[in-house]
Design a protein around this ligand. Structure first.
Ligand code: PAF
Length: 289
């Protein structure tokens, strides 16, 4: 096997812009924005970007930027795991050839920066309710990154279902161009959704986190086998099932507008956020009648 390597590492917004401007018309660009500490979930996004932009037809850009504006004051910005060298190797193996990794947070949010992008209707509930300002930070950084990279296709994970829904809305509303693609959740062998934050769980909490996929499996069983449709029937005893994690939210929402619903009549989402010592984990499952 030949050792794949990132061809170009871009460190500043100016470098990213000049690289993009240097491409001949018709050269396609796939884009996977991340905050780094790549796991198999990210790898599936890079592979998908490469599948859609095969070698010889264009480039796959990975960005790594731990965006301070999407973390609240008491959140885990300082503890967010980082491994740039390892990430670049993994990304190259998966098919990325360009990396944009700004070293300085001011590169994306200069002191003069004063523009914010928000999708308040979709950001009001779920993670937006417990993490005020989070999606404003996500929307703003993704808009900036999209403007620099100008991808034909940007690939995002469905583990962050609300983020994906918000970014689809933003992308359509601001005529950002190109296409947004969502990819299924990738899980560890024991069912826990892959997340960079899993690295911050102590061993006992990592074991306890299996309660989340078990809960999701039970909800799916009630929905698909028992044909239950009412919110209370589907989510009954959630607190007990998710213990010893502390529930931030467990909700049944419409999969399109993310509004809470009482019954599943059309595609719906069960979304959870559970706090464990070391990390707050999210997960979701779509129920389609
Ligand atoms: O999903 C993430 O890792 C981040 O929210 C994103 C989209 C890279 C923006 O910082």
């Amino acid at each position: 096997m030949t050792e794949a390597a990132i061809q170009q590492l871009l460190r500043t917004a100016g470098e990213a812009r000049r690289w993009r401007d240097s491409l001949a018309p018709g050269v396609r660009v796939g884009f996977v924005p991340t905050m780094g500490y790549l796991h198999e979930g990210h790898i599936s996004l890079i592979r998908e970007a490469r599948r859609r932009v095969p070698k010889g037809t264009g480039h796959v850009v990975l960005s790594i930027f731990v965006n301070p504006t999407q973390f609240g004051p008491n959140e885990d910005l300082d503890r967010y795991p980082r491994d740039e060298l390892g990430d670049l190797e993994k990304a190259a193996q998966a098919g990325a050839d360009i990396a944009f990794c700004p070293l300085d947070p001011d590169e994306m949010f200069s002191k003069a920066s004063a523009t914010w992008v928000e999708v308040p209707t979709l950001a009001a509930g779920l993670c937006g309710a417990s993490r005020p300002g989070h999606f404003r930070g996500v929307c703003t950084v993704v808009t900036k990154l999209w403007g620099l990279v100008r991808p034909d296709v940007g690939v995002f994970g469905q583990k962050d279902f609300q983020q994906l829904a918000i970014l689809r809305r933003l992308h359509a509303d601001l005529f950002l161009g190109g296409e947004i693609v969502g990819m299924p959740i990738v899980r560890e062998p024991d069912g826990v959704a892959m997340s960079s934050r899993n690295a911050n769980l102590d061993p006992q909490s990592r074991l306890d986190a299996r309660a989340i996929p078990r809960f999701m499996a039970e909800v799916r069983r009630r929905f698909f086998e028992q044909k239950l449709r009412a919110r209370d029937e589907l989510l009954a005893e959630a607190a007990a099932r998710l213990a010893p994690g502390v529930i931030d939210y467990v909700q049944l929402v419409d999969a399109e507008n993310l509004q809470p619903i009482e019954r599943v009549e059309r595609p719906a989402l069960v979304a959870v956020a559970v706090q464990f010592p070391g990390a707050r984990l999210i997960d979701n499952t779509v129920l389609t009648p």
